[in-house]
Design a protein around this ligand. Structure first.
Ligand code: TEU
Length: 551
């Protein structure tokens, strides 16, 4: 099969199945629900879907804990439903990429059950199982994971298993060639069914330094120098590529937490034959310290520009960027990056949309982003569902300086913010379900919902349609250079894309105030093609955005 670069022309919509559309009234989204909304996606103009995990799972981490890689979580539907969905997508010119979660399985996966119940099990070596220190009283080392817990859990008096995420997510042992063969087998299973690629969950964690050394000091994510971008990462990815991925016309996007631009280059330079793209988090970390979201700090536009400049220049002609401002682990973008999720919600949502959409790379839209859904309206711990926030809260209760910090930001920073039910209409359960959903519907569904948005004169969805339409077949956006026009300006983001003598210029006001912008005077011969105000003066309105072309 000849490999093509179709992903460079993709506009990818992420579906978080639990929260998208519930067809059978059990409060959980499902595959038939997704099928019923495919025309909505087609109308939006996207040509690819990234589906968060739908595999069988005890759902400790909402499906990122898989107990059977070749079946569907029953409340979401069946394999037959999945095949119908895939076919219906393809009929509409929409490709499908699956979430591939293979750093860890669920602790309810039969491999793990066998591994921990029998020391001689052939599956024992599928996981990272080690003897504890001090006759088993202490874990093998002092690593901690991503969900505010120690990384080792006891199996019996002597042994522990490694889990970099929740206890129910034991890490696989990629050193074992049999594990790698299992992963290849999973890839082939779905690719042969016709899926078009994978978003590879925490893929940079799969290779662990086999010395399993303790670290000092033991801050959050202790030991990361021994398990992020580990010694055999590139070898493993190249192996998957060579043995499986290269035989299909598919793409991969790796989720690369804690990775730099240089790390990314090694993962995606085409000649290295590893991944197609990566998700980096430098831009979503512009409003925190140390890349740790709980250490919140005020957003600053110049900081964002620096990051975007670095990645746009850094991957030009040697890799390909992924572009995103939301996903299921991030809070909603309206109200973030200095914007406003109340009276200027339309302006904020559209400004952010236009600003990232004209960059070089493949844009991703997270469900609900295209109608300007906001963070959840949580007021009590009982409203929250996510294992990460629950664990973090537990830890914070024990550590005096963390407690006030986390309590203050818990509701605004929890991943649950992105996971509230999709607001289709203003009915009791937002048209998502006929019963009380698994996580509460935001009360603002009364006025923030897809049906209403599409009727509004100021429709966020229709603005996104314009962005998508503009990008399609646009060579300047696809291949042009990127230049930031006002690096040190902390209020307005202006950048130019250029290919031969064709130019696209984007100017976005990141502030809730009117700003006189001299650059606009220089664009008098350019055509204004997209904007979120009907203003033509050189005074930018709050959160105004404009896209100009010279051709
Ligand atoms: O996320 C990896 C990851 O590092 C994030 O969970 C991160 O720790 C968090 O967003 C910080 O707030 C991936 C998935 O996207 C996530 O949903 C899973 O929970 C996680 O892997 C484990 O599979």
């Amino acid at each position: 099969m000849k490999k093509t670069d179709w992903y460079k022309d993709a506009i990818i919509y992420q579906i978080y199945p639990r929260s998208f559309c519930d067809s059978n009234g059990d409060g959980l989204g499902d595959i038939p629900g997704i099928i019923s909304k495919l025309d909505y996606l087609k109308d939006l103009g996207v040509n690819c879907v990234w589906l968060s995990p739908v595999y069988d799972s005890p759902q400790e981490d909402n499906g990122y804990d898989i107990s059977n890689y070749k079946d569907i979580y029953k409340p979401f539907g069946t394999l037959d439903d999945f095949k119908v969905m895939l076919n219906e997508m393809h009929k509409r010119g929409i490709r499908l990429i699956m979430d591939l979660v293979v750093n860890h399985t669920s602790s309810e996966h039969p491999w793990f059950n066998s591994a921990i119940s029998d020391k001689n099990s052939p599956y024992r070596d599928y996981y990272i199982i080690k003897k504890g220190k001090k006759n088993g009283k202490k874990p093998p080392n002092n690593w901690s994971g991503f969900f505010a817990e120690k990384a080792w859990e006891k199996i019996d008096d002597e042994y522990y298993y490694l889990h970099l995420f929740a206890k129910g997510q034991p890490d696989l042992n990629w050193e074992n060639p049999k594990v790698r063969e299992e992963v290849k087998d999973i890839l082939r299973f779905w690719l042969d069914m016709g899926v078009d690629g994978f978003r590879c969950d925490v893929i940079t964690l799969i290779s662990k330094d086999q010395r399993f050394k303790s670290v000092f000091p033991t801050l959050a994510i202790a030991g990361k120098q021994y398990y992020v971008n580990g010694p055999r990462l590139h070898e493993y990815l190249h192996e998957l590529n060579k043995d499986v991925l290269s035989n299909y016309d598919c793409m991969t996007v790796g989720e690369t937490v804690l990775s730099s631009l240089d790390d990314a280059k090694l993962l995606i330079k085409p000649e290295r034959e590893e991944l197609s793209m990566v998700f980096n988090f430098d831009h979503t970390d512009t409003d925190n310290f140390f890349g740790a979201k709980w250490f919140y700090r005020e957003f600053k536009l110049t900081r964002l520009k620096k990051v975007v400049d670095r990645w746009q220049h850094g991957l030009f002609n040697c890799g390909w960027n992924s572009l995103f401002i939301e996903n299921h682990d991030q809070r909603r973008c309206v109200g973030r990056f200095g914007t406003n999720d109340k009276e200027l919600r339309y302006e904020s949502a559209t400004m952010l949309g236009a600003t990232y959409f004209m960059l070089q790379g493949t844009p991703f839209i997270y469900q609900g982003q295209e109608i300007g859904m906001t963070n959840g309206d949580f007021t009590a711990m009982a409203d929250l569902r996510d294992v990460e926030v629950k664990n973090t809260y537990k830890l914070a209760e024990k550590i005096f300086f963390l407690k006030p910090l986390i309590k203050k930001h818990m509701f605004s920073l929890t991943r649950d913010n992105a996971r509230t039910p999709f607001q289709w209409n203003n009915q009791e359960f937002a048209g998502f379900s006929s019963v009380e959903p698994w996580i509460r519907v935001n009360a603002n569904k009364e006025f923030i919902n897809a049906e209403q948005d599409l009727k509004n004169e100021k429709s966020i969805n229709k603005f996104y349609r314009q962005l998508i339409e503009f990008r399609k077949n646009n060579e300047v956006i696809k291949n042009g250079t990127y230049t930031c026009l006002n690096k040190n300006n902390n209020d307005v983001y202006a950048y130019k894309r250029k290919l031969d003598d064709k130019e696209v210029v984007v100017i976005s006001n990141f502030k809730n105030k009117i700003i006189k912008e001299k650059l606009i005077d220089e664009l008098s011969n350019y055509k204004l093609v997209i904007s979120n105000y009907s203003n033509k003066s050189n005074e930018l309105q709050p959160y105004e955005t404009r896209v100009y072309i010279n051709y």
